[in-house]
Design a protein around this ligand. Sequence first.
Ligand code: GH3
Ligand code: MG
Ligand code: MG
Ligand code: MG
Length: 317
Amino acid sequence: VNILLVEDMRSVAALMSFRLSELGHDVTVAQNGAEAVEHFKELAPDLVLMDIEMPVMNGFEATTRIRSVEACRKWAWTPIIFLTASEAQTDLVTAIEAGGDDFLPKSVSEPVLQAKIKAMSRIAQLRSALAVANAKLEELATRDSLTGMFNRRYMNIQVDALWELDRTADQGMGALGVLMIDVDHFKLYNDTYGHQAGDECLICVADAIAVTVAGFEHESSIARSFSARYGGEEFAVVIPVTSQGEMQRFADNLLEAVRSLKIPHVGNPAHGIVTVSIGGMHGNPKLCTAAQVFRQADAALYRSKEQGRNQANFGPA
Ligand code: GH3
Ligand code: MG
Ligand code: MG
Ligand code: MG
């Protein structure tokens, strides 16, 4: 166990750290609370043994600060055991209030000290296993299982955040473009080639979209674009754009990327291969809501369908 021992009295620190090393632990000593906070940030110890009375910064204050460092790291928790010369009740209460987990007299016997360390490490390990599981679940909850793309739920959260960021920024990025992408005659694709082939087709289209977005980001040196499976055979891309022309260029790239997959589709008679229709709209978050832009993009998509598919149309700028 990696232990951060916080103790201002050199003789006590030396003795404690000798005992702990004998028990097989790695010990780092801090001589006051301020040093303890610094060491804590650098070392991320498994356990902290904290003296109370120290110059510069006492143990209660140091504990409060360590807890606020942890608050910035998701699910982080390190057990903190206070060490004290006396067993005053008020100290115990203050120690727990400050964020400490337990309380031991400095004169504690070796077996008790070892047992406490074991118990605390066990809780810490369980907690970190839970944190890993939680992170995995969070990741799963944001993704669509077929394509691996972000799902609509996560997209809504991200779009709201993007919008809010730009709306409140002194100098926003200007406009955000929304593109709705819908596979043409996809029901017929399923009817002709089967649902399994339909799934595979969606995976290919999703990949083509992801690659196109990455390429466009690279060549226009923009970041923060975002694509998702919006539902069924529909995808959406949110991309910072400076003009409708730029969005048009991006939409052309998307149309071409899907065509160049050359997936045969006899139910799409005008083209013979899988194509998509696109509706685009861009707007300034300071002037309109995300919902308005999505609505207009959807209306533009409808026009692309009506006018023969395999094309992009755009809402009013
Ligand atoms: P349009 O060109 O007007 O968009 O015609 P469409 O046939 O693509 O549109 P419609 O909304 O009538 O049909 C969408 C089809 O997409 C119906 C549904 O079975 C299929 N679909 C939705 N999600 C999935 C999926 O996950 N896998 C497969 N294989 N098919 C899906
Ligand atoms: Mg002291
Ligand atoms: Mg559709
Ligand atoms: Mg469709």
